[in-house]
Ligand binder design. Structure first.
Ligand code: HEM
Length: 181
C-alpha cells in the first residue's frame, strides 16, 4: 500500500469506525432512507466545496454523485434534508485530503450495495448512488496516484482535511433533521 494512503487511513481510522457504527447496516427501508438522507447531508456540501475549489477544469474529483443521490431520494419519496455549507481550506493538500474521503467511500459502497439488494434496490431504482460508486474504482485509483505526488509537508494538511470531512459526515448522520429509523 502506498505510504500516504496508509498514513491517511491511520489518521482517520478512529473516525471511520465511529461513522461505521452510526451508519450500521440496512435491515429495512427506514434504515436505508436514513442512510440516504445522512449521505446527502454529508456529501452534497462537500462535493460542492470540492467542485468550487477544483480550479483545474480537468479535475476528476470529486465524482459528481449528488444527482444519483437525489434520484434515489426522489424515487423513494424521501424529502431532501437541509444542508449546511462545508468550508474547505484553499490548498491542494486539503483538497486531496477531502477528496480522499469521498472517493474512498466507494470502497465501503461495495459492501453496502449488497445490503440494499435485499431490499429490492439497485442501479435502476433506489440505489443508483451506491451502485455507481461500487461500479468503478478508477477515480479512487487516480486519486491515490495524485496523493502520491503530494510532498511530505502537505501530509498533515491532507489528514486534517480528511478528518474534517469525516467529522462532518458523523454530524450529518447524527443530525435530527433525518427521519427516525
Ligand atoms: C457502514 C458504512 C461503511 C462501511 C461498512 C465501510 C466499509 C469500508 C471498507 C470495507 C473499506 C475498505 C478498506 C480497504 O480496502 O482497505 C472502506 C474504506 C474507506 N471508507 Fe468506508 N465504509 C462505510 C462508510 C463510509 C463513509 C460514509 C465514508 C465517507 C464519508 C467512508 C470512507 C472511507 C474511506 C476514505 C476509505 C478508504 C480507506 C483506505 O485508505 O483504505 N466509508 N470502508
Amino acid at each position: 500500500m502506498i505510504e500516504i494512503r496508509r498514513f491517511l487511513r491511520d489518521e482517520t481510522n478512529e473516525l471511520h469506525r465511529e461513522l461505521d457504527a452510526i451508519v450500521g447496516g440496512f435491515s429495512n427501508r427506514a434504515e436505508y432512507a436514513r442512510f440516504l438522507q445522512g449521505t446527502f447531508c454529508h456529501r452534497a456540501p462537500v462535493e460542492a466545496a470540492l467542485l468550487g475549489w477544483a480550479a483545474q477544469p480537468s479535475s476528476r474529483w470529486p465524482r459528481k454523485l449528488v444527482p444519483e443521490l437525489k434520484a434515489d431520494l426522489a424515487g423513494l419519496s424521501i424529502p431532501l434534508p437541509m444542508t449546511e455549507p462545508f468550508h474547505l481550506s484553499n490548498d491542494m493538500a486539503a483538497f486531496l485530503g477531502a477528496a480522499y474521503v469521498l472517493e474512498g467511500s466507494a470502497l465501503g459502497a461495495r459492501v453496502l450495495v449488497k445490503g440494499v439488494e435485499g431490499l429490492g434496490f439497485g442501479p435502476q431504482f433506489g440505489a443508483r448512488y451506491l451502485s455507481a460508486q461500487a461500479a468503478s474504482l478508477d477515480s479512487w485509483r487516480e486519486l491515490l496516484a495524485a496523493l502520491e505526488g503530494l510532498d511530505r509537508q502537505g501530509w498533515g494538511a491532507a489528514a486534517q482535511s480528511a478528518r474534517a470531512v469525516f467529522l462532518h459526515a458523523i454530524q450529518a448522520f447524527r443530525s435530527e433533521v433525518l427521519s427516525p429509523a
